[in-house]
Design a protein around this ligand. Sequence first.
Ligand code: ZN
Length: 534
Amino acid sequence: MANRKVSVAVTILILASGAMAQQGAQNHFDGKTWWDYIKVLADDNMEGRETGSDGLRRAEAYVVEQLKKNGLEPAGSDGFYQPVRFESRQIVEKDSSAALVRDAKTETLALGDDVLMGTRGVPGLEVNGPMVFVGYGLKIPEQNYDDLAGLDLKGKVVVYIAGSTEETPAALSAHYQSIAERWKVYRAAGVSGMISIPNPASMDIPWSRITANRTRPNMVLADPKFNDTEGLKLSLTVNPASAEKFFAGSGHTFAEIAAFAKDRKTLPRFPLAVSVQAKAAIETKPIESANLIAKLPGSDPALKDEYVVLSAHIDHLGIGAPINGDSIYNGAMDNASGDAVLLDVAASLKKSPEKLRRSLLFVFVTGEEKGLLGSRYFATNPTVPAKSMVADINIDMFLPIYPLKVLTVYGLQESDLGEMATQVAQARGIRVQPDPEPLRNAFVRSDQYSFIRTGVPALAMKVGFDPGSLEQQKFKDWLTNRYHAPSDDLNQPVDLSAAAGYEEVMRGLMIAVANDPQRPRWKQDSFFRRYAGD
Ligand SMILES: [Zn+2]
């Protein structure tokens, strides 16, 4: 009996330790190192890390120092660095103008209050043209849907409202609303310019904040092969509060359009009674910045030449219009928080006795805030063979501002990565859910989309919330008050244990993908599979 008792006790112990491992009792992170990294990267001294700025250079030098200290290998084209060339495009408002013309009468539009001048058009070109309202302005072959059908748009300027009909799945909606896809369709129809009206039902930040920084430079990748809007003469964004002026005399009102768009109803399409006259003076300038790439080599002879990518953007908005006397847009959550996860996970896995079969790549990209530019450059000019990247897990503003009970997984149902993330999270008692707000287009709004477009299966994750919960209100408040504002700084409440829990899931997922015999694949019915050609 005594012996038997012992063996029962041993069995219980083994079961218990198994269960504990499952429950995630093994913890590698405490949230403190994470916050320590953020304290450096989001310090005022980094001046908001704008692409091309000295502040970003200092932040990158700090990251490189940490990577070296933690024993990671350089995997850029110049040590840890991959230089990227940009062109900055800045509106010169005093030489720019926009107006509505009706019966030879001109009504000036105020730059800022009424419209924002886009920087994608031809600098200094005066555009004068009739306008056509094209609803959502989308052409979606998969749905046999075409807002342009039957309209004569040759030489005209199209006006559209952001959004899509309720029949449109989120992935298609997001993809076809991208500037590149829109312009392909408009250009084929002979359109000369495009004017967008944000959908008031899905605006993340108020117009006043958007317009406060309207003369800050935009950027494009210098290599013309990345130009998505060749031939575009004019682009404008209209303040929804001023949009009624565009519809006067057309037989429709913007109020009516916005109400339909809020409910994702089908929209009427019609010529506007006013034409537009505009000129954008744009100052261009070359800018240099860099991505950072570090490697942790795998150990399996057959798989070590394949890479699992963990990515996060390191740039932010820099110094801009002051809000409450503060002009430094520190970007603590957006996205020093993601860079800190990369540093923590890289250090932890380097130290770990556990062998990884595939190699890992830690990629800190520049130019995200300028339109996913650094990641686009890396994904199309990777410093490892393109086909060797088996997955990208991207981290952008994962918002550990409340406890981690549920993870929102963008791309959950799109590839095998969804199931792997689910398993890793559930083993730690964390639920997963798909994007609860597909209309915000989050899956294609950060750097994972650059990888997706080159065929790499990808995922992104945030600390989630249940609909109608207090957390959802906190999330909304954060977007309204801190997102892309100087108050996304070191003086905000964060939940260190939520951050640590998130890091455990990232670490676990990297191990799971690195060691899986099969590389992840897009689901057979996933929209994004088209890019992979498999
Ligand atoms: Zn951002």
